[in-house]
Write a protein that binds this ligand. Sequence first.
Ligand code: THU
Length: 139
Amino acid sequence: MTIDPRTLVDAAIDAMARAYAPYSHFHVGAALLDTDGRIWQGCNIENASYPATMCAERSALSAAVSAGVRRFAAIAIVGGPEGILGGICTPCGICRQALSEFCAPDMPVYLGHADGITTLTLGELLPYSFTLTDKEAKS
Ligand code: THU
């Protein structure tokens, strides 16, 4: 399953519009493409108890996995203060680890920014990751 990166980044921008970020004012959106071509969106959801905050990437992953979807082809991520895009918004360490549970190291990660899209792979973002060796446990 492939997609025009611009389409997936636009879906992430759409999701970012629903960010709940009254504390940091940093809005993030993610769009996760599954292997059937469906797009799962997520935004950051902050909390007065700051550590309870959910990042956009894990919001998207939670939506998909909760619907029974576990195979993914790409993810797009955008973010910026009050939703204004500047530079790239790279996923935090926890989100990289969470994605690595379900996504292959060669999965593209499209990082939308003010001047276009930077493409990396999950493996580049999280080398030598800790994952289950028994992949059958996930299927
Ligand atoms: N955030 C994400 O949504 N994803 C990341 O990978 C990095 C950080 C959110 C969490 C918080 O609501 C805001 O960005 C500032 O840290």
